[in-house]
Design a protein around this ligand. Structure first.
Ligand SMILES: [Zn+2]
Length: 158
């Protein structure tokens, strides 16, 4: 028979309850990517099918949201048809995973830093100092700049 207090004392060797999956919180973001495929032929009509595609996208992108977006971009460009879970494996194998470089001290790892610039008010003509956000010139800043160019090209070709 169990004692009331035994619940509070972890048994030696017993594994802790696993924390909530971080993927569950990010799931709506992957769902949003899958819904972009609604533009394609053979998009699943049933929620069960959509769920399978979301699971598949999370798996093939290793839960990397940025990678998932690029996989869906590729799927949209590759074929007029919505990929199957198997098809996602194939598409994902063609899309390399890119990990963002670390930022530097200047941008504190964000890729952006603030500079104070002398700005002229267009109406009054008065000059004043304003904090402007600028892309950092470190590796991360250049990486983000390249991604932005890539994204604009995608938008233009879409
Ligand atoms: Zn930096």
């Amino acid at each position: 028979m169990k004692q009331a207090t035994s619940r509070d004392i972890p048994k030696p060797g017993k594994k802790k309850q696993p924390a909530a999956q971080p993927d569950e919180e990010k799931r709506p973001l992957f769902r949003a990517q899958i819904l972009r495929l609604a533009a394609c032929n053979y998009f699943p009509a049933l929620d069960e099918g959509v769920k399978e595609l979301i699971d598949s996208l999370i798996r093939v992108s290793h839960g990397d949201q940025d990678h998932a977006e690029r996989i869906v971009n590729r799927a949209l460009q590759n074929s007029p048809n919505c990929p199957t879970p198997y098809g996602f494996e194939v598409v994902a194998s063609e899309v390399p995973r890119v990990t963002a470089p670390r930022g530097c001290e200047k941008c504190e790892g964000t890729g952006f830093h603030y500079v104070t610039k002398l700005t002229r008010d267009p109406i009054t003509g008065d000059s004043y100092e304003a904090d402007c956000q600028e892309r950092c010139d470190c590796e991360l800043g250049r990486f983000l700049a390249a991604r932005e160019v890539e994204r604009k090209q995608m938008e233009r070709s879409a």
